[in-house]
Design a protein around this ligand. Structure first.
Ligand SMILES: NC(=O)c1ccc[n+]([C@@H]2O[C@H](COP(=O)([O-])OP(=O)(O)OC[C@H]3O[C@@H](n4cnc5c(N)ncnc54)[C@H](O)[C@@H]3O)[C@@H](O)[C@H]2O)c1
Length: 351
């Protein structure tokens, strides 16, 4: 079904149980896809146009050098400025293909067909495309929204359970951002989340992105769980998956909001969240490894940016209402990091 979105939103958004060939481009197009999804694509009888590329994907491959052969292939087909690129894969593939589409002839249309839960909830929608640099993740990129976004739930059938769970934490983040505890509780249940959750999260994200594409204000709310989450993910040497780090970061943000005097989330809810995250405890890096990464967070306040900010934007969630945003010193996360560790050790403890 097609999501109803604000007039002028640049992307048509579809959530389908199974892929539909009728949603593919009608004119000249090509495909770049994650090797891991090729059997499912072929199994569904979907077309592979001239120049189709199925590529091995990992975060390590998310480099500008990966894109050049794609662009050369597209020029050889040739794709014109009226052609469309269809990107089939997880967030790494859709980020790279979106950036390649932004570069080819200074920007051609592309469709996102996200195949991980994380990309269906988050990475495939919103216009951010990127590759990594040695200095950090996603540092070379462009805002280039896809013309359509087609999330097919059947692709999730082959996704490793750990990847599925990782993506579910991004959905959980959206529920906590809205302060909707019953919704967030449902997302703590194992398995593929119901389609209605995906539709609701995409609708919320699309609204925010439409009002603030370039993250000058409201879009920062989507960084809930990412402030400490990014630091945990990087300091773990990426042993923690992105969504896992966001889950931990969202729990930490609940604890920080409370410490800042905001209304606490119910104790049972925090305990259940901690229970679901408990197995990650051994992968959580020590506070000393996180602090330098918080200090160079690219979402830091204007005060310091990369030279050691005095304050960073912290998204503080609250029950039954939207989150608050405060500029706070990175050191406020020290106690929260310790309390989160204690809570994961013993979810029954009083927070
Ligand atoms: N653009 C954005 O707004 C945005 C937002 C969040 C994350 N991201 C980016 O997304 C990336 C992470 O995305 P991800 O979690 O989807 O990781 P990913 O793309 O690396 O996919 C995870 C793994 O699953 C495999 N895979 C993909 N689909 C599959 C399927 N249907 N069945 C079996 N295996 C499958 C992939 O080959 C890979 O091994 C990061 O690079 C992050 O920076 C971007």
């Amino acid at each position: 079904m097609e999501l109803s979105l604000p007039a002028g939103f640049p992307t048509q958004v579809f959530v389908e149980e199974a892929p539909r060939a009728s949603l593919l481009p009608t004119g000249s197009w090509t495909l770049v896809g994650d090797d891991a999804v090729r059997p499912a694509w072929r199994g569904a009888g979907l077309p592979e146009p001239p120049g189709t590329l199925w590529v091995p994907v990992s975060e390590a491959s998310k480099r500008l050098s990966t894109l050049e052969p794609w662009l050369e292939t597209w020029a050889g087909i040739p794709l014109t400025r009226h052609s469309t690129v269809v990107a089939v894969g997880g967030g790494v593939l859709t980020d790279m293909a979106g950036l390649a589409a932004a570069l080819y002839m200074r920007g051609i249309a592309w469709q996102a067909w996200p195949t991980t839960l994380l990309a269906q909830v988050d990475a495939g929608l919103g216009g951010k495309t990127a590759c990594d640099l040695a200095a950090g993740k996603n540092l070379a990129g462009a805002f280039h929204p896809p013309v359509s976004f087609v999330a097919c739930r059947s692709f999730l059938a082959t996704l490793p359970p750990r990847q599925l769970e990782s993506g579910a934490w991004e959905l959980f983040k959206m529920a906590v951002l809205e302060g909707d505890v019953p919704w967030a509780e449902r997302l703590l249940l194992p398995g593929v989340p119901e389609a209605s959750s995906l539709l609701r999260a995409l609708h919320a994200k699309a609204g925010i992105v439409h009002r603030d594409l370039r993250e000058a204000g409201e879009r920062r709310l989507l960084n809930l769980g990412h402030t400490l989450g990014h630091a945990l993910e990087a300091a773990s040497g990426y042993a923690l998956l992105h969504g896992e780090a966001v889950g931990l970061g969202t729990l930490a943000a609940m604890l920080l909001a409370e410490a800042q005097g905001l209304e606490p989330f119910p104790r049972d809810f925090k305990a259940r969240t901690a229970e679901r995250l408990r197995h990650l405890l051994p992968a959580i890096p020590p506070w000393e490894a996180c602090l330098p990464l918080l200090r160079v967070d690219k979402k830091s306040g204007p005060e310091g940016e990369r030279s050691g900010p005095t304050a960073i934007h912290c998204i503080l969630p609250r029950p039954r209402t939207t989150a608050d945003v405060r500029a706070l010193p990175p050191e406020v996360w020290r106690d929260v990091h310790a309390r989160m560790g204690a809570l994961l050790n013993d979810p029954e403890m009083t927070t």
